[in-house]
Design a protein around this ligand. Structure first.
Ligand SMILES: *Cc1c(COP(=O)(O)O)cnc(C)c1O
Length: 351
């Protein structure tokens, strides 16, 4: 593509699928759950599901965070894959989820009771993954509450309103030592479930970084968002076989002695603190010198012309930074650069 009239997020289906294969090779035999919160990290749920469905990749799990998102995934992916929703939700939402065969993450006693009630009202069986709080204190049964939660779940399982499908938690990924402690709390929680007669099949603890780098912490399932979209960890290396799937492109709209103006700006979601960061131009990398409401200004290059294409971020083929490098430039992470992008920016999927 050489020309665009307006900024566009161009997303490669091929790179998405390559990333999924690379992640699956790396984590096998742990199964990949592709995490799709925040509209698939800003790429667009429906198109991402379509790209996966149309490919040779076999993805058996999707992670939707909340129930509305998970229902969108279910509607698009069909009845084959498992869809996991872990946000505590209302009873109405829980009913909708159970009816749509969505697996529910449950980390509090009131929500457990609500899910049981919802399943009983539907005369259906809810698939539940109990969450143990392994130290992050972001929802999850505390170790001292675990025994009761397990007993209540197994009792509901005997009545047929619940299947205890899984046990899960979330790692801080702040230090290996903390993650090791969390993993040992997790293993104890799983052992307690088994001792009480439960047989959870899905054990999941790790997200992108720990799934990739800490094989000993991987469970039977790994919940991975960032690496599927090619978003590198902060300070992390590029990973073999994994590349950013999205390129943000925008046209040059004005050239003068002071610099080159590109038709994308703060109103489109570009942080004004990106000044100094490098983007890709037909002449290679150039620095951003200003970010205004609807323009960024770049250092000039010879022969710059209106209509030239600038790559604001992407896999680097045009000298552009990746989203993580831009995120680090503003003291944040790559996800933030993608999530701030206005929904008004067109997402275009290409092969
Ligand atoms: C976002 C999220 C993930 C995925 O994290 P990545 O680092 O993007 O792979 C996994 N699990 C939970 C609970 C999450 O909220």
């Amino acid at each position: 593509m050489d020309r665009v009239n307006a900024p566009e997020l161009v997303i490669s289906r091929g790179r998405l699928v390559d990333n999924i294969f690379a992640v699956q090779r790396r984590i096998a035999p742990s199964e990949l759950m592709v995490v799709m919160k925040d509209d698939a990290y800003g790429h667009g749920i429906e198109a991402v599901v379509d790209a996966i469905t149309a490919s040779d990749a076999v993805v058996r799990w999707f992670g939707g965070y909340d129930i509305p998102t998970s229902l969108r995934i279910r509607a698009r992916a069909g009845t084959g894959p498992r869809v996991f929703a872990w946000a505590t939700s209302s009873e109405d939402e829980a009913r909708a989820a159970i009816s749509a065969d969505i697996d529910l993450g449950v980390g509090t006693e009131p929500y457990l009771q609500q899910v049981i009630r919802a399943a009983e009202a539907l005369h259906a069986t809810a698939r539940v993954h109990l969450k143990i709080d392994t130290g992050l204190h972001r929802n999850g049964f505390r170790p001292e509450e675990w025994g009761r939660a397990v007993d209540a779940t197994l009792e509901a399982e005997r009545r047929g309103s619940i299947v205890l499908e899984g046990v899960w938690s979330h790692l801080a990924e702040a230090s290996d030592e903390e993650d090791d402690e969390a993993a040992s709390a997790f293993d104890q929680a799983v052992a307690a479930v088994r001792a009480a007669g439960g047989s959870p099949q899905a054990l999941h603890l790790t997200a992108s970084a720990a799934s990739w780098w800490r094989p000993e912490l991987r469970g039977t399932v790994s919940r991975i968002g960032a690496f599927c979209y090619g978003i590198r960890s902060g300070d992390g290396p590029r990973l073999p076989g994994v590349a950013p799937i999205a390129s943000l492109v925008a046209p040059v709209v004005r050239v003068d002695g002071a610099g080159v103006e590109v038709g994308i700006g703060a109103l489109d979601g570009l942080p004004t603190t990106l000044v100094g960061a490098e983007v890709g131009t037909p002449a290679g990398p150039r620095r951003i010198t200003a970010v205004d409401a609807s323009r960024v200004t770049l250092e000039a290059w010879a022969d710059a012309a209106v209509g030239d294409l600038v790559h604001v971020f992407g896999p680097g083929e045009h000298g552009e930074s990746d989203a993580t490098t831009l995120g680090e430039h503003i003291g944040s992470i790559g996800e933030e650069i993608l999530l701030r992008l206005s929904p008004r920016i067109r997402r275009t999927f290409v092969d």
